[in-house]
Design a protein around this ligand. Structure first.
Ligand SMILES: [Zn+2]
Ligand SMILES: [Zn+2]
Length: 212
């Protein structure tokens, strides 16, 4: 029923329309009917570009949070730069997904930050000169839902969204979870790694490595 795939993601986006929500960026305090659509990019720029285009085709704007020190991708590479350019062209905002306590906001990002793997002691501390999306008023447990590890703590929110049950909502979606197939996080990660292997082989060939 509530699969973690693009088909159901499209239904979640449609539910937002049915519930009377409008997609909002973190450039103002929450107002009635705002849906802050947030994407933390932990693992894959490829999944990011795919989700970006998927949302663009549906007229949806989101905020993508990208890491500068990821072990999984390189934002300074040609692929990283192309990904930021596509996100901007698709009408999204780009924030920083930071490793606490190092910030490193630069001109690539809007002044908006989401900490990676946050701990309760410090996750909500406001920042000087930038919005911390987990600080008040952008975060409260009643108006926040996250798909982390394919586990909605209170169930998939699509019915509640379609019914307009939240005054406003901060919805965290990880692109990799929805773009790569799998009925569990383990399966999804294996799908991602299989796709990544193909991509790596193409990159090796493009780098003039003899694979004959
Ligand atoms: Zn659902
Ligand atoms: Zn993260």
């Amino acid at each position: 029923m509530c699969a973690f795939d693009l088909e159901h993601y499209g239904e979640l986006l449609k539910a937002a329309g049915a519930g009377g929500y409008r997609f909002a960026f973190f450039d103002h305090e929450p107002q009635e009917g705002d849906l802050f659509l947030r994407h933390d990019v932990d693992l894959s720029l490829e999944a990011t570009r795919e989700l970006s285009a998927f949302e663009r085709d549906r007229g949806v704007g989101a905020t993508y949070f990208l890491m500068v020190s990821s072990v999984f991708y390189n934002l300074a590479s040609s692929e990283g730069r192309a990904t930021i350019a596509q996100l901007r062209a698709d009408g999204h905002r780009v924030g920083l997904h930071a490793d606490f306590p190092v910030l490193g906001l630069d001109e690539r990002f809007d002044a908006v930050v989401a900490w990676h793997n946050p701990e309760p002691e410090w996750m909500g501390i406001p920042l000087e000169g930038a919005v911390n999306v987990m600080s008040s008023p952008w975060f409260s447990p009643e108006t926040y839902r996250s798909d982390s590890n394919q586990r909605w703590r209170k169930g998939c929110p699509h019915d509640e969204i379609a019914a307009g049950a939240f005054p406003w909502l901060h919805l965290l979606i990880h692109p990799e979870i929805w773009v790569y197939p799998g009925d569990s996080m383990r399966e999804t990660m294996h799908s991602m790694l299989a796709r990544d292997r193909e991509r790596r082989l193409e990159q090796l060939a493009a780098d003039k490595i003899d694979l004959s």
